[in-house]
Write a protein that binds this ligand. Structure first.
Ligand SMILES: Cc1cc2nc3c(=O)[nH]c(=O)nc-3n(C[C@H](O)[C@H](O)[C@H](O)COP(=O)(O)OP(=O)(O)OC[C@H]3O[C@@H](n4cnc5c(N)ncnc54)[C@H](O)[C@@H]3O)c2cc1C
Length: 485
């Protein structure tokens, strides 16, 4: 293999991981990042944003030797903790097999670990505050706001959902370039539940991050499923939780109805002890919008409010993000450029797979280089054909999972189906639910998981709609039916 130099655009999760893979092959990498070095601003970065890391992502981290370190920094989540309106909770395990769980990791912690690892290789150079503004698909030159021009043997774009390289490919760089972007009517906002000692004066301040530091069950992904909207919370290593509220931008129960002070469902629905708490909060609320927010939370997430002392501040300070799916084809301009990660296939976050899929991209690309060398056009063509059907499959499953999370998890038939799936997984080692195939089977392409999983789901929902008690089902009969699909 002749000495190669690759320009990577974007030092996020995909770009940083990819640079390690390439550096391990002796390929030189310059990684251009629009933002500053997050390692320098990390001290003041404040609250953590977290991600669910699962098997596909872990498989890639293992290949670059970072799996043990990242898992030591992660909080395992064994199931979904469903929070009902009345404050009761129920844990729905992710799998019936032990050892199958997802991991909450800090996004910046993971990005920093990847960059630190990459920098151990002589050929890797990160260039921060270098915003790419254009790309010439014929010459392969990437242009930066600073006036810099990068030209290596090829350019790999890991510049995320708003990719500038993709725009250049679309705007005449690649003939017949297909592109679609579908926005959800829902957006998201990150909120915060601090560790116990900070929010609850009854607890002594301590350095220990034991289970006692968490205000809710530590080892679960918490979900408040409320039909047309929901809130989730993932645990952080420091005892806090990062909550994400998914809500329509406009209409009833929306970011707009809260911010305009128009959400109101009067206090008749709030039980006596909660009303006390609400009255206190409402008294200190300064505006109609703040009162609207508190009413909305009291009505829908009453058990979460006492855990969120900075709710009002967080809600009105933190940005509202958009959620969408981006699809495009092809992913490469011959051998001049390749899109990878969110730049090629941004998906909505409801399967917790965007980063995992992006890491799988890096793993598969590395395998292709292993077999084809650095004939970039051949490698990129093959990569695109291999990955595109899988990216489309996870995009669709992620959109469908929004309905499952916000709606179906509270549906009794769905809960029976999860119970049945757990029993099947406990009994038959070769049975995997759709969720398990997507999340725990790095050996199975997403497209296969989708096809098999949908057929299984249909059958199990039909069975569960007809029964009251899952424990009375003959599991051998059920598995026979599944094997006939
Ligand atoms: C609310 C939410 C929750 C999520 N939760 C999960 C989860 O639990 N599990 C999971 O697997 N995935 C999750 N995801 C998806 C995950 O965040 C993405 O799939 C992942 O970040 C993609 O990585 P990337 O490196 O391709 O892109 P990004 O992480 O977006 O990184 C792109 C990088 O490129 C840089 N950049 C952008 N433009 C330029 C430019 N012009 N020039 C130079 N640099 C540039 C950016 O600054 C950034 O550093 C979630 C996403 C959202 C929105």
């Amino acid at each position: 293999m002749s000495k190669q130099k690759v320009s990577i655009i974007g030092a996020g999760l995909s770009g940083s991981l990819l640079s390690i893979y390439l550096a391990k092959r002796g390929i030189e990498c310059d990684i251009y990042e629009a933002r500053g070095d997050m390692r320098e601003s990390e001290m003041s970065a404040g609250r953590s944003i977290n991600l669910a890391l699962s098997n596909r992502g872990i498989a890639a981290l293992k290949e670059v030797g970072l799996d043990d370190y990242m898992l030591s920094q992660a909080v395992p989540m064994y199931g979904r903790m469903i929070h009902n309106f009345d404050g009761t909770t129920k844990l729905l395990p992710y799998s019936g097999r032990s050892g199958e769980f997802i991991n909450s990791v800090s996004r910046s912690g993971l990005n920093i670990a990847l960059m630190n690892e990459a920098e151990k290789y002589a050929g890797v150079k990160f260039l921060f505050n270098e915003k790419c503004v254009d790309f010439d698909c014929k010459s392969g030159e990437a242009k930066f706001e600073s006036g810099k021009i990068a030209k290596g043997d090829t350019v790999i774009a890991t510049d995320g959902a708003g990719s500038v390289i993709r725009s250049a490919m679309m705007n005449g760089g690649v003939p017949r370039f297909n592109y679609s972007q579908t926005w959800l009517e829902h957006g998201y906002k990150e909120l915060h539940i601090p560790p116990k000692e900070i929010s609850d004066f009854k607890f002594q301040i301590s350095d220990s991050k034991s289970d006692d530091s968490f205000q809710m069950e530590k080892n679960a992904l918490h979900i408040w499923a409320r039909g047309s909207f929901m809130m989730i919370a993932l645990p952080n290593f420091d005892g806090s939780f990062t909550c994400t509220l998914f809500l329509a931008h406009k209409g009833e129960n929306s970011f707009e109805s809260i911010s305009s002070g128009n959400f109101s469902r009067r206090l008749t629905q709030i039980n006596a002890d909660r009303k006390n708490y609400f009255d206190l909060s409402a008294k200190s609320a300064k505006s109609a919008a703040e009162i609207s927010l508190l009413e909305f939370f009291e009505t829908n997430f009453a058990d979460a409010i006492p855990l969120m002392p900075t709710l009002v501040e967080d809600f009105f300070t933190n940005p509202t993000g958009n959620l969408g799916t981006i699809k495009c084809f092809p992913w490469n301009a011959g051998g001049k450029s390749l899109l990878i990660g969110d730049s090629a296939h941004a998906v909505v976050p409801f399967y917790g797979q965007g980063m995992n899929a992006s890491f799988e991209d890096c793993r598969i690309l590395n395998e292709l280089i292993e077999h084809r060398g650095t004939d970039w056009e051949t490698v990129f063509d093959e990569f695109t054909l291999l990955r595109k059907p899988n990216a489309d499959a996870i995009a669709q499953m992620a959109e469908e999972n929004f309905f499952e999370m916000r709606d179906a998890v509270a549906d009794p038939v769905f809960q029976k189906k999860r119970e049945l799936e757990t029993r099947l997984e406990q009994t038959f080692p070769d049975y995997f639910s759709k969720y398990s195939m997507v999340t725990f089977r790095e050996d199975l392409p997403y497209a296969v998981a989708k096809e098999k999983g949908n057929a299984q789901d249909k059958l199990l929902m039909e069975i569960c709609a007809k029964i009251d008690d899952v424990s009375k089902l003959d599991l051998n009969e059920v598995i026979k039916k599944i094997k006939k699909i």
